[in-house]
Design a protein. Sequence first.
Length: 461
Amino acid sequence: SSNEMWGGRFASGPDAIMEEINASIDYDKRLYEEDIAGSKAHAAMLADTGVLSADDRDAITQGLETIRGEIASGGFAFSREREDIHMNIEARLAELIGPAAGRLHTARSRNDQVALDFRLHVKSALERFEAGLEAFIDALLTKAEAHADTVMPGFTHLQVAQPVTYGHHCLAYVEMAARDLSRCRDAIERMDECPLGAAALAGTGFPIDRHQTAAALGFREPTRNSLDTVSDRDFALEFLAFAAICATHLSRLAEEIVIWSTPQFGFVKLSDAFSTGSSIMPQKKNPDAAELVRAKPGRINGALISLLTVMKGLPLSYSKDMQEDKEQVFDAIDSLHLALAASTGMIRDMHIDCEAMRRAAGHGYSTATDLADWLVREAGLPFRDAHHVTGRAVAIAEARGIGLADLPLDDLKALDASITEGVYSVLTVEASVASRRSYGGTAPDNVRSAIALWRERIERK
Ligand code: ARG
């Protein structure tokens, strides 16, 4: 049989493969709420502008409500023959209310319809990520508050570099998450334009009111160019770019959790709620959630590259290629949602072993820079000379298997006669972090003022 929506000029129905390659209902049914909201706003506007009778509008609105109930309760029979969510709903509407259903598609095309549904979906996902990022930031700030004074090794090249505080480390992730939040809000702001009414590609001759539908659907204003509107997927690309960067941050945090929770590091213990056991090794507690968060960029980066590749070189305006925009965006939404929620939960529950962190902070001659700085400050040495003297001190201590602070004063004096007893006060890890008071540095007082600043900003929004 030929198609119920466009069968007029068709003598036969589609090949089975045609139907299979063409159908998107298996995944775009996820857009049913948005599709129904869009159709209701469109019908209301058509009635207000005199294109549709009030009776038809009421029948359409009620029918759409019935369909929403059927889909929500799982009682709706989705059909691949009806291709996508738009035609599944419209065909069901015709079954329910008869000929009035055929008037709903006046002054509209599936091209502006799908652009609307998809944009609404991405926009509300981003709004949920705003809230998710705020919760994540809150968990990090709470940890930072508890550990403004907790000393741990700071790393470069994953080698012990200089002591830092765990609070400062948490705040590094707050900075990343805050940039993610700002990218998220920025993208919402830019996509806040309503596609409905662009019609197939050229607009319509009916006296529609696009400002009315834009407002009804919660957009700031309608889009300005009908050709661009039906062929634009920047909003989805921007979501994916935001998601890829955010997931990258979460994967770095996850990697640190994986490393830090090994017995060799022992900096953190994951809660039972965020670990798994082994079916053979009874002693095991594995950081599976952290590993999965670490892996999510595989899917999300894939989605970004996939959609960029689908869109590149497409001539204006709509092409069916663009139907390939949805599945991976949906997957990226779900993946990022899980990654963010699991990261927030892990941070919130994680036990910090302050003693293990402090012990590790003292290893690896982490206060060598403090000794060099002391020589510059107290003995007037140029930094490069101070660096050399300190390097020799480290070599001697290392040969004896002791720390810098354990070197007798006479040995230090042999390296540079101006060294005095006072030098020992800068060689502890606590003194080291306390001295790093430069703006943005790791000193506990800096950490506390940064926390206060972020608390104020997040609460103020
Ligand atoms: N399912 C289609 C999509 O996702 C809807 C738009 C179809 N428009 C068309 N002219 N074939 O893009």
